[in-house]
Design a protein around this ligand. Structure first.
Ligand SMILES: [Zn+2]
Length: 248
């Protein structure tokens, strides 16, 4: 079967695992790890319905700890954000979820927009954090609707591993960044020294929800294709990548 690597364009892959009819392969050229057949929109919609079912009771119950972590990250992002104008710096939260990081960034002095494809999450965010703007839809749809709007800082945490079509996703993010804008991105790290060697034991290994798996090299290569250069990898004890990048 011919499957094209979204990062290097090679069609040469080898199997990583075939689990419950979910085949994951690695590109023999660049080592990118991805699902041989990406989940359809229907499958994705079903995953999201499931993930956020009973959202207020379960997922959004840990709001206090989510807000504490978000505030720490928002302060760090503000320190690294170059804002040359007199107006408030602008913050874009890609995959805003219930709006926690969007709100934390607003508290630090940013003007914020949160973009989220899950309707229940956007409803929660609009209800609880109404001083921010929330867009229901994909980042590609937001970029088209945004009329050339740009941002000084972009946050994208534990989102990109869910994205089947990576190049339009990263391209939309890059277009929404001012020159020198900061990108803070996190995703599971396939290349991490503490990632379980037996993949089914890794809690982040969950196709089809997570359909792509990055390491430092593949993430850096994808971002650079769209004019984004990683300048720091933040230390993580868990098998996760936390990267800071700038638009060049
Ligand atoms: Zn490749």
């Amino acid at each position: 079967m011919s499957t094209t690597c979204q990062i290097c364009g090679s069609t040469s892959t080898t199997p990583v695992i075939a689990q419950d009819d979910v085949a994951v392969v690695t590109c023999t050229e660049c080592n990118f790890v991805f699902m041989e057949t990406m989940p359809s929109e229907e499958v994705q919609a079903a995953i999201y319905d499931d993930a956020y079912d009973g959202a207020s009771a379960g997922y959004f119950a840990k709001v206090d700890s989510k807000m504490r972590r978000s505030r720490r990250r928002a302060r760090a992002i503000l320190r690294m954000t170059a804002n040359k104008s007199d107006t408030r710096p602008r913050f874009l939260d890609v995959g805003a979820n219930g709006g926690f990081m969007t709100e934390a960034a607003r508290e630090q002095g940013f003007d914020c927009v949160g973009v989220e494809i899950d309707q229940a999450s956007v409803a929660y965010a609009r209800e609880h954090y109404s001083a921010n703007e929330f867009f229901l839809g994909s980042i590609e749809a937001y970029q088209e609707a945004a009329n050339g709007a740009t941002f000084d800082a972009v946050y994208c945490s534990e989102v990109i591993e869910h994205v089947p079509d990576l190049n339009p996703f990263v391209e939309a993010i890059a277009k929404l960044m001012t020159p020198d804008a900061l990108l803070y991105l996190t995703t599971p790290d396939y290349g991490h020294w503490r990632r379980p060697k037996n993949l089914p034991e890794w809690d982040a290994f969950c196709p089809p929800s997570h359909c792509v798996y990055f390491d430092r090299q593949t993430l850096s290569r994808l971002l650079e294709k769209h004019g984004l250069k990683i300048f720091r990898y933040r230390f993580s004890l868990k098998p996760g990548l936390k990267v800071l990048a700038r638009k060049f």
